[in-house]
Design a protein. Structure first.
Ligand SMILES: CCCCCCCCCC/C=C\CCCCCCC/C=C/C(=O)SCCNC(=O)CCNC(=O)[C@H](O)C(C)(C)COP(=O)(O)OP(=O)(O)OC[C@H]1O[C@@H](n2cnc3c(N)ncnc32)[C@H](O)[C@@H]1OP(=O)(O)O
Ligand SMILES: Cc1cc2nc3c(=O)[nH]c(=O)nc-3n(C[C@H](O)[C@H](O)[C@H](O)COP(=O)(O)OP(=O)(O)OC[C@H]3O[C@@H](n4cnc5c(N)ncnc54)[C@H](O)[C@@H]3O)c2cc1C
Length: 627
């Protein structure tokens, strides 16, 4: 029924102030106000329609994305939106586009690795979108191993230029978003060669296409790498391939904050760690962690609302069947994901703080916290994206058959999100970085160096203090176990940041109690999942393990009446969710029925192809039957 809130009874059960929880989720009253305003702006504008996305053929889909990106830029300028508002607009438009790489990687790379002079030259052009850039690092044969890149940038002292070249097929740049069809420029990573000596990988600004007619410049071969997983989803992005045939660029287009090449061809290293060349990746990993809670909460919102609408079995005396959300099995799959969405929100806030702190220290030439920042961004990126990708798929299953329909919103959400486990660092490769950091810490504890920050706890573990280990010995052999240790370390960070959040003043009736329950669900469900490890290492007795499980079930019951209100607190509009199963009013069945008839296949009663391919079969059967 139109206009009726089918979830109204559920909402009445809430034991906390939902408006106050919205503020906690948004981060502040101000953030909530901006979110509300920009979300409405997008939802009310038919130019941002997205319900047809999974039906469009690639070329049409891509053109549509170009139109939306241009329109979004026009609105940002017309309405004089601030950077914060513009980035919210991007969030609510909810469509991956070349602009993500322009704003999210090209500009940060120039800011992080360019000299002041280079920033003065390139940033104003990029900010006005008079040039459009991408981040061209990965190659056909090399992704995770950045030091293994093959593209070369050879200094020519006669002309004061670098010659950018792709010496082999495997050196072709492959994957960069925005590269395939749109970018005019790329921050390109290549091996710096001076006088035959290889100085390793550095970043260079290279123009790819003419600013007049958009054609590739001489020596450049560029195009899109083809369709990716899922309908709609990441196919709005032009991930590209790029080859250089001795392309010349002026010397001052090497990004020279970390190291420089002089007019005479001398290589000079600044007094900063070479890892700053990887700085853009650290920035984006931190952004990805913040985003994980958004994607997971979307899926959880859909699955929770639908689980309250859906009924199966358990009818008493002809009454209604049981809401599937009341089954403990459903709760044990759904509520830990609900708790994870909140947990990732808070750890994302903390990571943003950590990143800002590290950047301020770098300005003052204090590089001491860089290794921890790298380990935290890499590890949390890996943990949160893996849990979120798996969580979206679990939410699809929680919605039964209807979750498989594109109109549930879940298939596209999964398809667009799952590459986050790979891009910006394969999740296992990143966990190995964390493991290396942990092993290094252990090796230093023995020498009396007290660990601080997120690894401070290691200094309090008795047997680690006795440990005398070498970072590399046995590392490869034990790497699968070390990856598990790295995940456990990251989980500890998430849990401790959730607990720290609870120690803050949190206004709003019942809000803190709900967050305490969710925090309990988060760590107890982890404890339950890994109880074998805890029992094997005698950190828990079987009795304690059983008690923890009892407590977990009790918390599910505590959260159950609040479940709908807890997902309402995410404050997502129906436009943003783009899911019939996740509709705010729970009016699922009539809308599913209505949507089916809008499918292009139902435009005609007799489908295209019937007369060519079906009718002849039927005729043949009639003929055979008569015989
Ligand atoms: C006003 C209008 C506004 C409009 C608004 C629009 C807003 C839109 C904004 C959108 C914003 C953001 C979204 C961005 C979009 C995101 C889309 C993502 C697309 C994807 C992009 C990519 O994938 S880019 C390519 C990413 N590639 C990788 O991640 C490669 C992974 N590999 C590596 O990082 C390295 O190779 C690896 C670390 C694995 C190994 O490196 P190597 O040099 O070989 O190092 P090691 O020998 O192992 O280590 C040496 C020491 O260095 C330390 N270390 C390594 N990395 C780092 C680092 N990053 N930082 C600091 N330190 C590091 C390492 O620990 C070792 O230390 P030790 O002390 O010697 O042990
Ligand atoms: C949608 C999407 C967008 C992207 N956008 C960009 C972009 O804008 N710019 C850009 O430069 N790149 C981009 N990339 C590329 C991306 O960064 C790489 O794909 C990523 O870094 C992983 O590298 P790889 O593909 O080489 O994987 P590989 O390293 O080849 O991984 C393959 C397998 O090997 C394993 N493996 C690799 N090394 C080790 C090891 N040392 N020990 C144990 N196991 C290992 C991995 O765990 C994985 O299972 C994008 C990729 C995708 C999918």
């Amino acid at each position: 029924m139109e206009g009726v809130d089918h979830l109204a009874d559920e909402r009445k059960k809430a034991e906390f102030n939902v408006e106050a929880m919205k503020i906690v989720w948004a981060g502040s009253q101000h953030n909530l106000e901006v979110s509300n305003r920009i979300s409405k702006l997008v939802a009310d504008d038919p130019a941002f329609r997205k319900d047809d996305r999974t039906m469009l053929p690639r070329k049409e889909l891509f053109k549509n994305t170009l139109r939306k990106a241009a329109y979004a830029w026009k609105r940002i300028n017309e309405l004089r939106l601030s950077e914060e508002e513009a980035s919210k607009l991007r969030f609510y438009v909810d469509e991956t586009a070349y602009t993500d790489l322009h704003w999210g990687m090209f500009i940060p790379a120039i800011k992080g690795q360019g000299t002041d002079e280079q920033q003065r030259k390139w940033l104003p052009l990029a900010y006005k979108m008079q040039i459009i850039g991408c981040y061209a690092q990965t190659e056909l044969g090399h992704g995770s191993n950045v030091q293994g890149l093959e593209t070369t940038a050879t200094f020519d002292p006669h002309t004061d230029e670098f010659v950018i070249h792709s010496p082999t097929l495997t050196s072709s740049k492959w994957w960069p978003g925005g590269l395939g069809k749109v970018s005019t420029h790329a921050v390109t990573y290549a091996r710096l060669i001076i006088d035959g000596k290889d100085h390793g990988v550095h970043g260079f600004i290279v123009q790819l296409r003419s600013l007049e007619d958009h054609r590739p410049l001489p020596g450049i071969t560029v195009g899109d790498i083809g369709m990716k997983f899922g309908n709609g989803a990441y196919n709005t992005m032009d991930n590209g391939v790029l080859r250089f045939d001795h392309v010349r660029i002026p010397r001052n287009q090497m990004l020279m904050k970390v190291s420089q090449v002089t007019r005479e061809g001398k290589y000079k290293q600044s007094d900063v760690p070479r890892q700053l060349v990887y700085g853009t990746m650290v920035y984006v990993r931190q952004r990805i962690v913040a985003d994980a809670s958004c994607y997971l909460s979307r899926a959880v919102c859909i699955a929770t609302r639908y689980s309250a609408v859906r009924r199966q079995f358990g009818s008493q005396n002809g009454g209604p069947e049981t809401q599937v959300i009341d089954y403990k099995t459903q709760q044990s799959r759904l509520f830990p994901l609900l708790a994870s969405a909140y947990a990732f929100r808070f750890v994302g806030e903390w990571l943003e703080w950590l990143y800002t702190d590290v950047m301020q220290r770098l300005q003052a030439n204090d590089f001491s916290t860089l290794p921890e920042a790298h380990a935290c961004t890499a590890g949390l990126k890996s943990l949160t994206t893996s849990v979120t990708a798996d969580g979206i798929e679990e939410c699809r299953k929680l919605c039964g058959g209807h979750g498989y329909l594109c109109t549930s919103g879940l298939p596209e959400l999964f398809a667009v999100y799952v590459p986050a486990c790979t891009y910006e660092g394969d999740n296992i490769v990143l966990l190995l970085q964390v493991a290396r950091f942990l092993m290094k810490t252990v090796s230093q504890i023995g020498t009396g160096k007290q660990p601080v920050g997120t690894i401070a706890y290691m200094g309090r573990i008795e047997h680690l203090m006795q440990c005398r280990c070498n970072v590399q010995r046995g590392f490869a052999e034990l790497s699968a176990d070390l990856v598990e240790a790295a995940v456990a370390h990251c989980q500890l960070i998430v849990v401790s940041k959730f607990i720290e959040k609870l120690q803050q003043d949190i206004p709003g009736e019942g809000v803190k109690q709900q967050l305490e329950a969710l925090c309990g669900i988060y760590y107890l469900s982890l404890l339950h999942k890994h109880q074998g490890d805890f029992l094997a290492t005698s950190y828990l007795t079987p009795k304690q393990s059983a008690l923890a499980n009892d407590q977990l079930r009790a918390l599910y019951s505590k959260v159950r009446p609040n479940a709908i209100a807890l997902v309402d607190a995410f404050n997502y509009s129906d436009h943003f969710l783009s899911s019939i199963l996740g509709r705010y009013d729970g009016n699922v069945y009539p809308k599913l029925y209505e949507a089916a008839w809008k499918d292009p296949l139902n435009e005609s009663v007799v489908p295209d192809g019937y007369h060519e391919y079906v009718r002849p079969l039927l005729k043949q059967q009639l003929h055979t039957a008569r015989l």
